[in-house]
Write a protein that binds this ligand. Sequence first.
Ligand code: XMP
Length: 519
Amino acid sequence: MTHTHDRLLIIDFGSQVTQLIARRLRELSIYCEIHPYQKVTDAFLAEFAPKAIIFSGGPDSVTREGSPRPPKAAFTMGVPILGICYGQQVMMQELGGLVESGHGTAEFGRAFVTPTETELSILEGWFAEGREQVWMSHGDHVSRIAPGFEVYGTSPGAPFAITADVSRHFYAVQFHPEVHHTPRGAKLYENFVRLAGFTGDWTMGAYKDDAIEKIRAQVGDGHVICGLSGGVDSSVAAILIHEAIGDQLTCVFVDHGLLRQNEAEQVVTMFRDNYNIKLIHADESELFLGALEGVSDPEVKRKTIGKLFIDVFQKYANEIEGAEFLAQGTLYPDVIESVSFSGGPSVTIKSHHNVGGLPEKMGLKLVEPLRELFKDEVRALGRELGLPDSFIGRHPFPGPGLAIRCPGEITREKLGILRKADAVFIDQIRKHGLYDEIWQAFVAILPVRTVGVMGDGRTYDFACALRAVTSVDGMTADYYPFTHEFLGETATRIINEVKGINRCTYDITSKPPGTIEWE
Ligand code: XMP
């Protein structure tokens, strides 16, 4: 089988930071895939045909019988290999070196590597200050390097911090070049892939052309339906598929009545009017809000919305004649198979994107054109497809929408107030040029009325909380440090402009222990 791009294989031995290796490589326009060591057999290697291989770190000890190993064929394919941490140790062990546990040489955290006499091409640009900061995380250590290897860098806890067999292009380091705390780690990857002959052919332009060909080949003259949420992933997927097959795509936008101000109109205008994509605007707000009446438990809210969403989507999809395929904006982090140590050599695959088992229920085949991309690559593809930056940079918005920003019972009155307050907050953030610095910002309307005074009169209205956080992936978050002036001005505007709110608070909880949303 021929592959369009140069491919690099990352064999995953279970490190927490394996995904970062892929990120660093993708930033260098290198196509790579992560696969768990259990899956990488000789046959897999032959089919994958990597131009280079990286062994990731991992939590096991190579001194333990039965610990993970790469296939022998990896060493005889004639391709460059880079071993990291556990990857270094397993390389040494397999090629005739020795690894030992303990002896007080464990190293965790920041360390400094100093060079030995000989120069090494993958270290070009390193050691400008005579040493290099790296991040170590190992209990075991290499105590004897394999025949053919030499040492090119040492640290106090790792006499064999950087080793290589230059003739075979095998490189092995004890530290983690993929993490931030190894500031010049990206340079090491860059040198490695250049030496392996990669040309950096993984560009979004090339990806787009490829993806369009693949969609056409998969779909033929069949019909595709795509659920649009207004978020970046499903939008980019829809526009890409539309470029590939035009009218053979119908999008279904389920409006549950829990969207932000003007959001439904924006989605409809953009897709139907600007892109001329067939779009069904399923306005089912009455149905959803009716079902949510009297519900105040967050989990019941989520389940009610999730179940109705599937029913409604199915109802509209069934009306589209000849639909054979369902498009989903599944991303690469959702499909990377992770190494599982708890249950032996089993492999767990996340499948949460497969919403409620819809494709099976409806007998649809999946089209997932973003399966190979990370989030920021989806944004780059969106730009390539001509989506405006203001759309691509939109903050994430949860599926259950405003329902989880309205703690307690949801009423139409509260939703109306919430929409207005939220619009003022976002307007303030945009006016002050802060939108792109913030991961997510929104208002939550609190289930409490407070006393205030406006003019000569007493008020008794709702209180609201402003929430704005910085985050890399939504897993952890910190509150955004607005100035007091900004907060004061925003509170004044909300209380003056939004009837129904007379008190504003700013939520300064980080995640953990809080979550980003209020419910
Ligand atoms: P939390 O509140 O758990 O949110 O810190 C992390 C990120 O996930 C989003 N979120 C959701 N997205 N369905 C979604 O599609 C949900 O039920 C849901 N709950 C939270 C949240 O907006 C944030 O980006």
